[in-house]
Design a protein around this ligand. Structure first.
Ligand code: GRF
Length: 192
Protein backbone atom coordinates (compact mmCIF):
# COMPACT_ATOMS: atom_id res chain seq x y z
CA UNK A 1 0.00 0.00 0.00
CA UNK A 2 1.29 3.50 -0.83
CA UNK A 3 2.20 5.90 1.97
CA UNK A 4 -0.46 8.25 3.28
CA UNK A 5 -0.19 11.95 2.44
CA UNK A 6 0.93 13.96 5.45
CA UNK A 7 -1.94 16.38 5.93
CA UNK A 8 -2.49 19.37 8.22
CA UNK A 9 -5.90 20.76 9.12
CA UNK A 10 -6.28 24.47 9.85
CA UNK A 11 -9.11 25.42 12.20
CA UNK A 12 -10.38 28.40 14.17
CA UNK A 13 -13.00 26.90 16.49
CA UNK A 14 -15.07 23.83 17.24
CA UNK A 15 -13.30 21.58 14.74
CA UNK A 16 -16.09 19.11 14.09
CA UNK A 17 -15.17 18.80 10.41
CA UNK A 18 -11.55 18.26 11.41
CA UNK A 19 -12.64 15.43 13.75
CA UNK A 20 -14.73 13.86 10.97
CA UNK A 21 -11.68 13.82 8.68
CA UNK A 22 -9.34 12.60 11.42
CA UNK A 23 -11.73 9.72 12.18
CA UNK A 24 -11.96 8.76 8.51
CA UNK A 25 -8.16 8.92 8.28
CA UNK A 26 -7.83 6.18 10.90
CA UNK A 27 -8.82 3.64 8.27
CA UNK A 28 -5.82 1.85 6.77
CA UNK A 29 -6.98 2.53 3.24
CA UNK A 30 -7.63 6.27 3.72
CA UNK A 31 -5.08 8.27 1.68
CA UNK A 32 -4.34 10.99 4.28
CA UNK A 33 -2.62 10.91 7.63
CA UNK A 34 -3.69 13.84 9.79
CA UNK A 35 -0.26 14.76 11.11
CA UNK A 36 -1.02 18.23 12.46
CA UNK A 37 -3.83 20.56 13.49
CA UNK A 38 -3.21 24.30 13.69
CA UNK A 39 -5.59 26.86 15.14
CA UNK A 40 -5.18 30.61 14.77
CA UNK A 41 -7.30 31.04 17.90
CA UNK A 42 -5.86 30.04 21.29
CA UNK A 43 -8.20 27.75 23.21
CA UNK A 44 -10.16 26.65 20.14
CA UNK A 45 -12.21 23.59 21.09
CA UNK A 46 -10.85 21.71 18.11
CA UNK A 47 -7.34 21.80 19.60
CA UNK A 48 -8.49 19.68 22.54
CA UNK A 49 -10.36 17.30 20.25
CA UNK A 50 -7.23 16.86 18.12
CA UNK A 51 -4.98 16.25 21.14
CA UNK A 52 -7.43 13.67 22.46
CA UNK A 53 -7.10 11.84 19.15
CA UNK A 54 -3.31 11.88 19.50
CA UNK A 55 -2.77 14.53 16.83
CA UNK A 56 -0.18 17.27 17.35
CA UNK A 57 -2.20 20.45 17.92
CA UNK A 58 -0.55 23.86 17.72
CA UNK A 59 -1.78 27.42 18.13
CA UNK A 60 -0.45 30.15 15.86
CA UNK A 61 -2.25 33.18 17.24
CA UNK A 62 -2.66 35.63 14.38
CA UNK A 63 -3.04 38.54 16.81
CA UNK A 64 0.58 38.06 17.85
CA UNK A 65 1.79 39.12 14.39
CA UNK A 66 1.83 42.68 13.13
CA UNK A 67 1.49 41.68 9.50
CA UNK A 68 -0.57 38.98 7.83
CA UNK A 69 2.61 37.92 5.99
CA UNK A 70 4.43 37.32 9.29
CA UNK A 71 1.60 35.12 10.56
CA UNK A 72 1.61 33.16 7.33
CA UNK A 73 5.42 32.82 7.35
CA UNK A 74 5.14 31.14 10.75
CA UNK A 75 2.29 28.95 9.52
CA UNK A 76 4.34 27.91 6.50
CA UNK A 77 7.45 27.25 8.60
CA UNK A 78 5.49 24.97 10.93
CA UNK A 79 3.85 23.11 8.05
CA UNK A 80 7.25 22.60 6.44
CA UNK A 81 8.88 21.55 9.70
CA UNK A 82 6.22 18.84 10.04
CA UNK A 83 6.78 17.67 6.43
CA UNK A 84 3.20 18.48 5.50
CA UNK A 85 2.22 17.82 1.89
CA UNK A 86 -1.45 18.80 1.93
CA UNK A 87 -3.49 21.40 3.82
CA UNK A 88 -7.19 21.26 4.69
CA UNK A 89 -8.97 24.41 5.88
CA UNK A 90 -11.89 23.36 8.06
CA UNK A 91 -13.60 26.33 9.64
CA UNK A 92 -10.38 28.35 9.38
CA UNK A 93 -11.49 31.96 9.57
CA UNK A 94 -8.45 33.80 8.22
CA UNK A 95 -8.15 35.07 4.67
CA UNK A 96 -4.88 33.80 3.16
CA UNK A 97 -2.71 35.99 0.93
CA UNK A 98 -1.97 35.18 -2.69
CA UNK A 99 1.63 34.38 -1.70
CA UNK A 100 0.62 31.73 0.81
CA UNK A 101 -2.00 30.31 -1.53
CA UNK A 102 0.61 30.05 -4.30
CA UNK A 103 2.91 28.06 -2.01
CA UNK A 104 0.15 25.50 -1.49
CA UNK A 105 -1.37 25.60 -4.94
CA UNK A 106 -3.21 22.37 -5.78
CA UNK A 107 -2.39 21.17 -2.26
CA UNK A 108 -4.98 23.08 -0.20
CA UNK A 109 -8.76 22.65 0.04
CA UNK A 110 -11.51 24.35 2.04
CA UNK A 111 -15.14 23.75 3.00
CA UNK A 112 -17.61 26.59 2.64
CA UNK A 113 -21.19 26.41 3.92
CA UNK A 114 -23.02 27.38 0.74
CA UNK A 115 -23.70 26.05 -2.72
CA UNK A 116 -20.87 28.00 -4.33
CA UNK A 117 -20.73 30.15 -6.37
CA UNK A 118 -23.62 31.42 -4.25
CA UNK A 119 -22.91 33.22 -0.98
CA UNK A 120 -19.17 33.59 -0.75
CA UNK A 121 -18.08 35.04 2.59
CA UNK A 122 -19.99 35.10 5.85
CA UNK A 123 -23.59 34.53 7.08
CA UNK A 124 -24.32 32.08 4.30
CA UNK A 125 -27.27 30.36 6.00
CA UNK A 126 -29.12 33.62 6.75
CA UNK A 127 -28.45 34.87 3.22
CA UNK A 128 -29.86 31.71 1.63
CA UNK A 129 -33.03 32.00 3.74
CA UNK A 130 -33.38 35.73 3.09
CA UNK A 131 -33.10 35.12 -0.66
CA UNK A 132 -36.00 32.65 -0.48
CA UNK A 133 -33.85 29.79 -1.78
CA UNK A 134 -35.43 26.35 -1.71
CA UNK A 135 -32.12 24.62 -1.11
CA UNK A 136 -28.79 25.22 0.56
CA UNK A 137 -25.63 23.26 1.06
CA UNK A 138 -21.88 23.13 1.41
CA UNK A 139 -19.00 23.07 -1.05
CA UNK A 140 -15.52 21.63 -0.80
CA UNK A 141 -13.25 23.55 -3.15
CA UNK A 142 -9.62 24.18 -3.99
CA UNK A 143 -8.21 27.25 -2.28
CA UNK A 144 -7.33 29.92 -4.81
CA UNK A 145 -6.44 33.57 -4.53
CA UNK A 146 -10.05 34.82 -4.53
CA UNK A 147 -11.89 33.96 -1.32
CA UNK A 148 -14.28 31.00 -1.84
CA UNK A 149 -13.60 31.13 -5.58
CA UNK A 150 -11.53 28.02 -6.23
CA UNK A 151 -12.69 25.13 -8.36
CA UNK A 152 -15.46 23.11 -6.71
CA UNK A 153 -14.60 19.50 -5.80
CA UNK A 154 -17.86 18.28 -4.25
CA UNK A 155 -21.12 19.62 -2.82
CA UNK A 156 -23.82 18.46 -0.41
CA UNK A 157 -27.31 19.93 -0.54
CA UNK A 158 -30.44 20.02 1.56
CA UNK A 159 -33.93 21.53 1.32
CA UNK A 160 -34.65 24.74 3.22
CA UNK A 161 -37.92 24.41 5.16
CA UNK A 162 -40.34 27.21 6.07
CA UNK A 163 -39.45 26.95 9.73
CA UNK A 164 -35.67 27.13 9.18
CA UNK A 165 -33.64 29.82 10.89
CA UNK A 166 -29.95 30.42 10.19
CA UNK A 167 -29.22 28.33 13.30
CA UNK A 168 -31.41 25.32 12.41
CA UNK A 169 -30.16 25.36 8.84
CA UNK A 170 -26.52 25.43 9.99
CA UNK A 171 -27.23 22.60 12.44
CA UNK A 172 -28.90 20.47 9.78
CA UNK A 173 -26.12 21.15 7.29
CA UNK A 174 -23.23 20.32 9.63
CA UNK A 175 -23.60 16.50 9.53
CA UNK A 176 -23.74 16.69 5.74
CA UNK A 177 -20.47 18.67 5.76
CA UNK A 178 -18.89 16.10 8.06
CA UNK A 179 -19.84 13.33 5.62
CA UNK A 180 -18.84 15.29 2.52
CA UNK A 181 -15.43 16.58 3.58
CA UNK A 182 -13.63 13.26 4.29
CA UNK A 183 -15.00 11.87 1.01
CA UNK A 184 -13.85 14.92 -0.96
CA UNK A 185 -10.37 14.78 0.57
CA UNK A 186 -10.13 11.08 -0.27
CA UNK A 187 -11.25 11.85 -3.80
CA UNK A 188 -8.61 14.52 -4.46
CA UNK A 189 -5.80 12.48 -2.93
CA UNK A 190 -6.65 9.38 -4.90
CA UNK A 191 -7.16 11.12 -8.23
CA UNK A 192 -4.15 13.47 -7.95
C1 GRF B 1 -18.48 24.79 9.01
O1 GRF B 1 -19.83 25.08 8.86
C2 GRF B 1 -17.72 25.18 7.79
O2 GRF B 1 -18.42 25.00 6.62
C3 GRF B 1 -17.47 26.65 8.02
O3 GRF B 1 -17.25 26.78 9.39
C4 GRF B 1 -17.88 25.70 10.09
C5 GRF B 1 -16.81 25.01 10.87
O4 GRF B 1 -17.32 24.11 11.79
N1 GRF B 1 -16.39 27.12 7.19
P1 GRF B 1 -16.35 23.14 12.58
O5 GRF B 1 -15.31 24.03 13.25
O6 GRF B 1 -15.73 22.21 11.59
O7 GRF B 1 -17.20 22.44 13.58
Amino acid sequence: MSAKTRTAILISGRGSNMVAIAKAAMADDYPAQIALVISNRPGALGLYAASKMGITAITVDHTAYKKRQDFEAELHAILTAHSIDFVVCAGFMRVLTADFVAKWESRMINIHPSLLPKYKGLNTHARAIAAGDSEHGASVHWVSEGVDEGKIIAQARLKITHSDTAETLAARLLPLEQALFPKALKQVLTTA
